[in-house]
Design a protein around this ligand. Structure first.
Ligand code: GNR
Ligand code: NI
Length: 153
């Protein structure tokens, strides 16, 4: 296991669309372990592979609900319902926060780290985090979706 460097600010890689993972091989397993370690080290609740410079469709999450870490490979949104607005931040956009509208509930299908198909039913903060991470896979940052002012600290 190893910590990886998190890309920040206007690194253009953060704007690229990540590619599907075709084989959940040993390199992907190592990447997953490194991403989880890097997320915890930086006190994040989620981390997408692109944030450590790997343009693959994978993210990890742990919102400290006792069920993490969640690992989603090649995630797809199956359904979503309702809306919620909450303040977001991003490890790749340090020192900035702002309100973003997200679905209240969202269902994802994905592969787990063994390559098995899974469904994740997320609501509340987990839904916010999963949608934030999913956006990273398409080169979208929360700052693109902020309603109202972007707070700087
Ligand atoms: O650690 C993080 N906290 C957070 C808070 C509110 C909404 C989304 C997030 S995700 C963020 C980690 C991160 O940048 N993931 O991509
Ligand atoms: Ni982020």
């Amino acid at each position: 296991m190893a910590l990886r460097t998190i890309l920040t600010d206007e690194d253009e890689l953060l704007r690229k669309v990540s590619r599907e993972i075709t084989q959940v091989d040993d390199r992907i397993q190592e990447l997953i372990d490194d991403m989880i370690e890097t997320m915890y080290e930086n006190h994040g609740i989620g981390l997408a592979a692109v944030q450590v410079g790997v343009l693959r469709r994978l993210f990890v999450m742990d919102i400290q609900d006792g069920n993490g870490p969640y690992i989603l490979i090649n995630p797809q949104i199956v359904s979503q319902k309702g809306t919620q607005v909450g303040q977001e931040g991003c490890l790749s956009v340090p020192g900035r926060w702002g309100d973003v509208e997200r679905p209240e509930k969202v269902v994802f299908k994905a592969l787990d780290r063994t390559g098995k198909p899974i469904k994740l039913k997320a609501e509340g903060l987990l839904a916010v985090c999963a949608c934030h991470e999913f956006d990273h896979l398409n080169g979208t940052l929360f700052t693109d979706k902020v309603t109202g002012e972007l707070i700087r600290s």
